[in-house]
Design a protein around this ligand. Structure first.
Ligand SMILES: [Zn+2]
Length: 600
């Protein structure tokens, strides 16, 4: 446990019991944002009022203001190559006031995060009001945001926000460099988006004024979709082209509302079509969530997106993680990002329908981790990507059968990692995500972390694993859990100390490599010695084939490695002759599979 985490425990904001401490706090904001998108100039301009509450025991002498899209400035640090079309001039703050007092702010040299010294410090348990006006250009090359086509834009990270000030690290001043993702406070948002007529806006939160911005037929279809099982074509291409969708004012202002959420974003288009339906996400209260998709009519996969998303929401609500979908809405938008946002997904189109469904499953799974759980993706990406990868695999078993899900998981999530003996593959998962790159970032965040969650599921069994996972989610949702909170919560929820398991998976250079060392016969006994060369506490099957054709199959859970992490000895009492022994880890692919087989 790092020193700053120990201090948090001493201060009583965190505990070793898996629950938030009695002194736990987090800061929050109420954001009232008015944004205008000008399709002619591709400029986003906005004004916002932020009421920011300092719930910490500390006096804040400055505020850290975050604007992720400054990563488009040529001088910003990035951890990958970009093209000329990626560059913009970034954020221009045109006015900035604190509690009504104008500050002379020059944002020309701001990076993705900048400090603003307060004239009057913000005292503990008090709040401050900011009023900010700004503008920035939409990047021509879209990634997680930007111009998708000349009349379609994905507008994310579009407003200056207050960075996180937390109990274990203080202000989050880590720059955004495209590689790692995000860490945000839970805020309330009133978001208004002003666009010209014929532009539809899809955004985070409930659309509050459908009748003001949509023509009556379209508004009715949208409302019908909120309770419909069947997919409704809310706006067709023909209607979009013929000015039959939005109200025909020169400009329309679309208003969205969302509470206790980590971010808001939106997308606009003059040429996308729009589908909608709903999913029952809580049978006890009959709560339904709206499911929508907006896409270019030529994208074949997106015609299935609403149907697929209904299944995702129902599966995630009732099976894994088995927690009722925590938001009222989910919109999938066709872009190029394969990226999650609260209540929004931005996915690329592909001809491979199974892959398209899997990607949408993955991005929607992020609704739980990080958006419901509030994890710090920048420092601990495995706390969200590992789970999204795990749920993507579990739902995939239901959608495509176990054999297909296994094969896809092995190919995309495990194979490249386990066949590559480079040092960076075997850095401990606990390594801070900002301190690893390339393969070290990718596999620590996705494959290895997911394997650890699935290994724990195998060890505890589905019912106890779910009980532990629900304990963790119940205690920490809407907060900011860190890895030690996860470890402690799973131990508490499972009613057993799992530290040995977490140490094995998160704090070592282990990898997956079993080996049959020896198979010896003595009287009526066989002694099979299995070495754990790679070290990870994985589940595996032992398949014993006898000369007479009989087959014996043993399944060992990771628990077998608790007492001795290096080696296991199996004693098989039999008068028969063993022909072959084989170890099979399934999705826990072995670095050297050739020594997993013994032939008599
Ligand atoms: Zn992901």
């Amino acid at each position: 446990m790092p020193r700053n985490i120990k201090i948090a425990v001493e201060k009583g904001t965190r505990t070793l019991d898996g629950i938030p401490g009695k002194n736990y706090w987090q800061n929050e904001g109420k954001y009232n944002i008015n944004v205008t998108v000008s399709p002619d100039t591709k400029i986003v301009s906005g004004m916002e009022k932020i009421v920011y509450s300092n719930n910490s025991p500390d006096t804040l002498k400055f505020l850290a203001i975050r604007f992720v899209n400054n990563v488009h400035k040529p001088e910003s640090p990035r951890n990958g190559q970009v093209s000329d079309d990626f560059f913009t001039t970034g954020l221009d703050i045109t006015s900035f006031a604190v509690n009504g007092e104008t500050y002379n702010i020059n944002s020309k040299n701001w990076g993705t995060v900048a400090g603003v010294r307060l004239k009057d410090p913000l005292l503990p348990h008090s709040s401050v009001e900011l009023n900010i006006a700004w503008n920035y250009p939409l990047s021509k090359q879209d990634g997680r945001e930007g111009q998708i086509d000349s009349t379609t834009f994905y507008v994310a990270y579009s407003y200056p926000r207050i960075s996180v000030y937390d109990d274990y690290n203080g202000w989050d001043f880590l720059p955004h460099t495209l590689g790692q993702e995000f860490y945000n406070d839970f805020n309330d948002y009133q978001l208004s988006v002003k666009v010209p007529k014929d532009y539809v806006v899809w955004g985070t939160g409930n659309l509050e004024n459908p009748d003001e911005v949509l023509q009556p037929t379209i508004a009715k279809r949208l409302k019908d979709s909120y309770v419909s099982n069947d997919v409704i074509h809310i706006a067709t291409l023909d209607e979009m082209k013929n000015h039959k969708v939005t109200v025909q004012n020169d400009w329309n202002t679309w208003r969205f509302n969302s509470q206790h959420i980590t971010d808001v974003c939106f997308a606009v288009s003059k040429n996308y079509v729009w589908d909608g339906a709903s999913a029952l996400v809580d049978a006890a209260t009959n709560r339904r969530a709206s499911v929508q998709a907006a896409y270019n009519d030529t994208a074949k996969d997106f015609h299935h997106y609403v149907k697929w998303a209904q299944h995702s929401l129902e599966y995630f609500s009732t099976k894994w993680p088995g927690v009722s979908f925590p938001f009222p809405k989910m919109t999938s938008f066709q872009g190029h990002a394969d990226m999650e946002y609260p209540m929004m997904v931005n996915d690329a189109t592909t001809k491979d329908l199974k892959f398209a469904e899997m990607v949408q499953d993955h991005e929607i799974a992020h609704s739980y981790f990080p958006f419901y759980m509030g994890t710090n993706e920048k420092r601990y990406a495995f706390m969200d990507e590992g789970w999204a990868t795990t749920f993507e695999y579990l739902i995939g078993q239901e959608e495509f059968g176990k054999a297909h899900a296994d094969s896809v998981y092995k190919m995309f999530r495990v194979k490249r990692y386990i066949t590559d003996p480079s040092t960076e593959e075997d850095q401990p998962i606990i390594s801070m995500s900002t301190q690893v790159s390339g393969a070290g970032y990718g596999n620590n965040s996705y494959g290895k972390a997911s394997l650890s969650y699935l290994a724990l599921k195998d060890m505890l069994g589905d019912s106890l694993f779910k009980k532990a996972l629900h304990f963790y989610m119940d205690k920490w949702h809407g907060k900011h859990p860190i890895p030690w909170d996860y470890f402690n919560a799973m131990s508490a929820g499972a009613g057993q100390n799992l530290n040995w398991f977490f140490k094995n998976w998160f704090f070592t250079n282990n990898y997956i490599d079993l080996k049959i060392d020896t198979v010896k016969r003595e009287n009526d006994f066989y002694t099979i010695t299995v070495k754990n060369v790679g070290g990870f506490a994985i589940p595996f099957d032992v398949k014993i084939v006898y000369v007479d054709g009989q087959v014996g199959l043993l399944h060992e859970s990771p628990a077998i490695w608790q007492k001795n992490e290096k080696q296991q000895v199996f004693k098989i009492s039999t008068t028969k002759i063993i022909k072959s022994v084989e170890l099979d880890g399934g999705i826990f692919m072995d670095y050297t599979p050739e020594d997993n087989r013994w032939q008599g």
